[in-house]
Design a protein around this ligand. Structure first.
Ligand SMILES: Nc1ncnc2c1ncn2[C@@H]1O[C@H](COP(=O)(O)OP(=O)(O)OP(=O)(O)O)[C@@H](O)[C@H]1O
Ligand SMILES: [Mg+2]
Length: 505
């Protein structure tokens, strides 16, 4: 690490090892974080990034190795130890109490007292200061749950500042943020650097890593795979170190024959935006993207289509037959499948095995078709899916809870892809998924479309919509503001419609 030896390191990791039953998550891992720097930490799904960060934050102990703070060996036996050493971790799934006020969250667990009671006045006064530092213009008494995810994240950062964190760790912070919120977060990170805070930034969005990082550390299969100094950081170099080979041709978009109309949506009204009627249709073999900013009502639309959320008006037709809304069972019978956005609560049975999770949806299909379960076939499908999506798991029987975030996502998708529905609804299909596996997923989508499956996918990643969609539907504040055919599909048109404007000429 040539560029770091001369500077003062705030935090150093030496020879860290950590194993779980059947998995060696980390092996002799080293890492150096310098003062006022952003260290990008990257690696494929299951490479060990979150495991290492949880060790630094005192969530779990290492089996071996040591952590140095300011050059001295530190004992991090608990999250409290980590906080007192000035290390704050912002988990991907935010750890805040949505039913408490913003101020209460900033001081959660270390509330100032006055005459034995929680001193709300002081909480409000003090938290205002930290909220201001992250540029968050909300009253400390606001209920946290009323803020967008992006603002909630800023509250987490304000909280980190209030403990005087010197090391701020962010594990995939932007995956649920809108573009504007992401830009804002970047400004805050740059500002924190100026204040002397050091940041470890984990993301699968390599563009973000490049923009922010002064140095990049790459993990592969739990080991150090390489380092990139500031000048060396570029997309291909990062990918090469992550996957150990060159990846080219990111998107698999091909010419496809489209068939009969599979889905027709007529004046559908969701409960969240009842004032807007949604209408569109989809043909067999078509891949249609749903673009828009976070909060545009895209998830609500998919869930209402699937019957997972009540509708307040309208009708939908699958292959010409009207389908009763408000029932996922009816939707599945009609050949629909939905891979939801929030994998932990909706897509997975977290305490069941990989095999059981993957075969859940298609078992139902087979039961319907022939009245009994075909276990041998389901086993074969699961094995094929684990292989083609490169799910990192010690065995088919591993409990899903113990897989890394991205690998859980692959299991959810695998489950629905294995089902081969007529109409596949995907909500943010590649969120949290590494570059290599993304390619596999795009390939699978193409393959399914070629066999006549109609795919409707919601994505906040511009690149993905432009790269995968034959056509795009753009939403803004609950309404469809426009449809873009292949020849109109470009970034400018999407942004125009997504922000409520019209198509560019
Ligand atoms: N509590 C646990 N029990 C068993 N295995 C675990 C546990 N925590 C992590 N693992 C395993 O350790 C390995 C590293 O996981 P980790 O979550 O650190 O990956 P990651 O690099 O953060 O991946 P992602 O990009 O998907 O979030 C994976 O194989 C994972 O399944
Ligand atoms: Mg992780």
């Amino acid at each position: 690490m040539s560029d770091s030896s001369t500077e003062s390191s705030v935090l150093q990791v030496r020879g860290i090892g950590k194993s779980f039953p059947g998995v060696r998550a980390l092996h002799e891992v080293d890492l150096v974080l310098n003062k006022s720097q952003v260290l990008g930490l990257i690696g494929e799904n299951g490479a060990g990034k979150s495991t290492l960060m949880k060790i630094l934050a005192g969530v779990q102990p290492p089996d071996e190795g040591e952590v140095l703070i300011d050059g001295e060996i530190a004992t991090i036996g608990s999250t409290r130890d980590a906080l007192s050493l000035g290390i704050a971790l912002i988990h991907q799934e935010l750890n805040l109490a949505t039913n408490l006020s913003v101020g209460a969250n900033v001081f959660l667990g270390r509330e100032p007292l006055r005459k034995g009671l929680i001193d709300d006045a002081r909480i409000n006064e003090e938290s205002r200061k930290y909220l201001e530092m992250v540029g968050l213009d909300v009253d400390p008494t606001t209920l946290l749950g009323d803020l967008t995810i992006g603002k909630q994240q800023m509250v987490e950062i304000a909280k980190a500042l209030s403990i005087d964190a010197r090391v701020l760790i962010m594990d995939e912070p932007t995956s649920s943020l809108s573009q504007a919120e992401t830009e804002y977060l970047f400004r805050v990170i740059k500002d924190l650097r100026k204040r002397g805070v050091s940041v470890i930034y984990i993301s699968h969005r390599l563009g973000e890593v490049k923009e922010l990082s002064n140095h990049v550390t790459v993990l592969r299969d739990g080991e150090n795979a390489g380092e990139l100094t500031c000048e060396e950081i570029d997309h291909d170099a990062m990918v090469r170190l992550m996957v150990g080979r060159d990846l080219s041709g990111h998107f698999a978009k091909e010419q496809r024959e489209t068939g009969e109309q599979v889905l027709e949506v007529r004046d559908l009204c969701t409960a969240v935006h009842p004032e807007h009627a949604l209408s569109f249709s989809l043909k067999a073999g078509e891949i249609v993207g749903v673009a828009g900013l976070v909060g545009a009502g895209r998830t609500e639309m998919l869930e209402t289509l699937f019957g997972a959320m009540p509708s307040v008006g309208g009708a939908i037709f699958v292959e010409g037959n009207e389908i009763e809304l408000d029932s996922p069972v009816v939707a599945i019978r009609a050949g629909m499948a939905l891979a939801p956005e929030d994998r932990k609560t909706q897509g997975l049975v977290i305490d069941m095995s990989v095999r059981e999770n993957m075969s859940l949806a298609s078992l139902d299909r087979d039961k319907r078709k022939c009245g009994f379960l075909n276990f041998a076939k389901e086993n074969a499908i699961t094995k094929a899916m684990i292989k083609s999506m490169r799910v990192k798991t010690p065995s088919d029987e591993q409990i899903v809870r113990y897989l890394s975030g991205g690998n859980q996502q692959k299991v959810v998708l695998g489950k629905w892809l294995a089902m081969k529905p007529k109409l596949l609804l995907l909500d943010e299909p590649t969120r949290g998924i590494d570059v290599g596996a993304k390619r596999e997923i795009y390939g699978l989508m193409e393959e399914l479309a070629k066999t006549g499956v109609a795919i409707l996918f919601v994505s906040s990643e511009m690149e993905e919509v432009l790269g995968m969609a034959d056509r795009a539907i753009v939403m803004h504040e609950g309404s469809i503001t426009g449809e873009l055919e292949a020849d109109e599909l470009n970034e400018e048109n999407i942004m125009q419609l997504a922000t409520g404007g019209g198509k560019a000429a």
